[in-house]
Design a protein around this ligand. Structure first.
Ligand code: SAM
Length: 287
């Protein structure tokens, strides 16, 4: 790997994404920022130190400050003072993208209120990695973070999400994933397509797919370990009329084959492909 560029960074708060498994998923720009920022801040200083060591970036004499949910109020003034003094401050959460079910929000809000620049160095995030491999529609998705731990509050939260017209994405602990899938099948319907994406980018990466009810049974029979993302495809929407489907199909058939038009429209509307394909055949024949 080439040496990261060491040039003085303009002042501001730099939010960098870090790998969710494979260390080499760090971006070159994140390494550049880590090598030249004045102040290093991390949710977990040990993880950041290790990541920097792997990539040959030395903290040197620069401060490496811990910032997490439990000490944010105490540490924030110090970081804001560094920003006020024109320094560049880089923040990394333990893994993935800061603020995506991770700390950083209060810090960014305070920095914005004080008129400082926020700079993103985007990169890994489990929600995007999971959507990429799930094979569920991604034209609309709703990231719901972690559901409550208790079954009754979890079901209430799921009920509130039942009408969302997109793929639902959750972070979940491996201990609770089977119970969560069972509750989701009960509340949202066991036929909805679901995916469990586990240990993404790591040695034991695994992606399980199936209807919610079947996936719940499959997961209940295993003792799952590692980090998990659960995705649930949208249900058939009763509000989609045949006229809506026809209109979308006619548009798609202008440029696509019957097969591709049916694929696209069924994914877009979250409908079973067979029904859409039959309608596409009829429309094509009547042209
Ligand atoms: N900020 C991170 C991001 O951008 O993805 C998420 C942090 S959150 C505290 C940790 C949760 O993310 C885990 O419990 C799991 O649900 C999910 N996660 C993180 N790494 C993962 C991986 N390699 N595979 C699957 N899920 C992962």
């Amino acid at each position: 790997m080439g040496n990261p560029i060491k040039s003085k960074l303009p002042p501001g708060l730099y939010l960098i994404a870090t790998p969710i498994g494979t260390a080499r998923d760090i971006t070159l720009r994140a390494l550049d920022i880590l090598s030249s920022a004045d102040v290093l801040v991390a949710e977990d200083t040990r993880s950041l130190r290790k990541l920097m060591e792997i990539h040959g970036v030395a903290p040197g004499e620069r401060p490496l400050v811990a910032y997490h949910d439990h000490n944010g109020d105490k540490v924030r003034p110090r970081l804001l003072a560094a920003l006020d003094a024109g320094q560049s401050v880089v923040y990394a959460s333990e893994a993935g993208t800061p603020m995506v079910a991770d700390p950083g929000f209060d810090l960014t809000r305070a920095a914005v209120e004080a008129g400082h620049a926020l700079v993103s160095a985007p990169g890994p995030s489990a929600v995007i990695a999971a959507l990429t491999v799930a094979g569920l529609p991604t034209d609309q998705f709703h990231f719901a973070g972690f559901l409550p731990n208790s079954a009754s509050r979890r079901k209430t939260a799921l009920r509130a999400l039942s009408g969302v017209p997109g793929t639902l994405v959750f972070y979940e602990s491996p201990k609770r994933v089977a119970a969560m899938l069972k509750d989701a099948a009960e509340v949202l319907g066991g036929d909805r397509q679901a995916v469990l994406a586990r240990e993404l980018t790591k040695k034991f990466e695994e992606v399980l797919r199936g209807p919610l009810a079947g996936l719940a049974v499959q997961c209940a029979s295993r003792s799952l370990k590692g980090e998990c993302v659960v995705l649930i495809g949208r249900g058939d929407s009763p509000s989609v009329s045949e006229a809506d489907i026809e209109e979308k199909l006619l548009q798609a058939l202008e440029t696509l084959s019957v097969r591709d038009a049916a694929d696209r429209v069924s994914a877009e509307l979250g409908m079973k492909r067979r029904q859409v394909y039959q309608l596409a055949l009829k429309l094509e024949a009547g042209k």
